[in-house]
Ligand binder design. Structure first.
Ligand code: ATP
Ligand SMILES: Nc1ccn([C@H]2C[C@H](O)[C@@H](COP(=O)(O)O)O2)c(=O)n1
Length: 253
């Protein structure tokens, strides 16, 4: 095959003429003073759309009892997300009775954050299972990343293979959180819904989770909510934020 034939075959196989013409059309249509930029953006968007869809992840953070699980349940019901709670996965793993289970038990009672190697394995297994069995593409990762160790583990293991659409953060003052958790503790059976563990969890949230939220604020990914309002009021804001996140994801992917 001659060089010219080889080039023609490559251009034909990859639709290069059609792709280029569409990029030129969009620059001309806009009468843009910077056509190269418009064409580059058009080509990039076309490339993104041609790639397999990366799942969308929204992290959900806030103090203990801020209403993360409550709002996640509503997002699942109304917007079709899969909800993965790091705390629930750890509590489930604790039941295994292994040495790891005993370690998790101790960390939870002490309000400390379990090393990320344990948590990330559980989260990724759950994401892969939902993607494989149900082709799920929308995930809420609740209670993660809780500290810089969680954050570094996510970046190292997941990186850009999943698309982080945003971080939902529920703000509620400690006095209200304490009331909610003590009330929940009457029936939850949780080993950390008692006043000693609650105080430790508050300290961990302030010293370890707040810096992670600040980090994501710098990346302009944080959506904050006043979580002290009624469940329905918080939901109204949550719903519109998550709907906008999904709309952006669908249009760009
Ligand atoms: N907006 C709200 N107003 C009043 N009570 C609420 C509100 N949201 C949640 N609750 C109640 O507060 C308790 C804690 O809520 P939830 O379990 O959703 O919080 P969480 O942030 O997931 O907690 P944790 O981090 O401890 O798992 C529950 O009993 C729930 O019913
Ligand atoms: N990323 C995480 C999430 C949770 N844990 C442990 C420590 C928490 O106090 C506990 C309960 O979590 P919650 O249900 O309140 O989200 O689980 C952790 O170590 N790492």
């Amino acid at each position: 095959m001659s060089l010219a034939e080889d080039v023609n075959a490559y251009m034909h196989a990859h639709n290069i003429l059609e792709i280029t013409q569409a990029a030129i059309k969009s620059a001309v249509k806009q009468r843009s003073p910077t056509p190269a930029q418009v064409m580059a953006e058009h080509l990039l968007a076309a490339h993104r759309k041609s790639q397999p869809k990366r799942p969308l992840v929204a992290f959900v953070l806030g103090g203990p009892g801020a209403g993360k699980g409550t709002q996640c349940a509503k997002i699942v019901e109304s917007l079709g997300f899969v909800h993965l709670s790091a705390g629930d996965l750890l509590r489930e793993e604790r039941k295994s009775g292994s040495a790891q289970g005993a370690m998790i038990d101790e960390f939870i009672k002490e309000g400390k954050i379990v090393p990320v190697e344990v948590t990330i394995k559980l989260l990724l297994a759950a994401i892969e299972k939902a993607d494989r069995l149900h082709n799920s593409k929308l995930f809420l990762v609740d209670g993660f990343p809780r500290n810089t160790n969680n954050l570094a583990g996510w970046q190292k293991t997941v990186g850009d293979t999943l698309l982080l659409g945003g971080v939902l953060v529920y703000n509620v003052e400690e006095r209200i959180l304490e009331e909610r958790l003590l009330e929940r503790g009457k029936s939850s059976g949780r080993t950390d819904d008692n006043i000693e563990s609650i105080k430790k969890r508050f300290n961990t949230f302030k010293s370890e989770t707040t810096p992670v939220i600040e980090y994501y604020k710098c990346l302009d990914l944080v959506h904050e909510f006043d979580g002290a309002r009624s469940i329905d009021e918080v939901w109204t804001d949550t719903k519109s934020t998550v709907q906008a996140m999904v709309a952006k994801y669908e249009s760009e992917n």
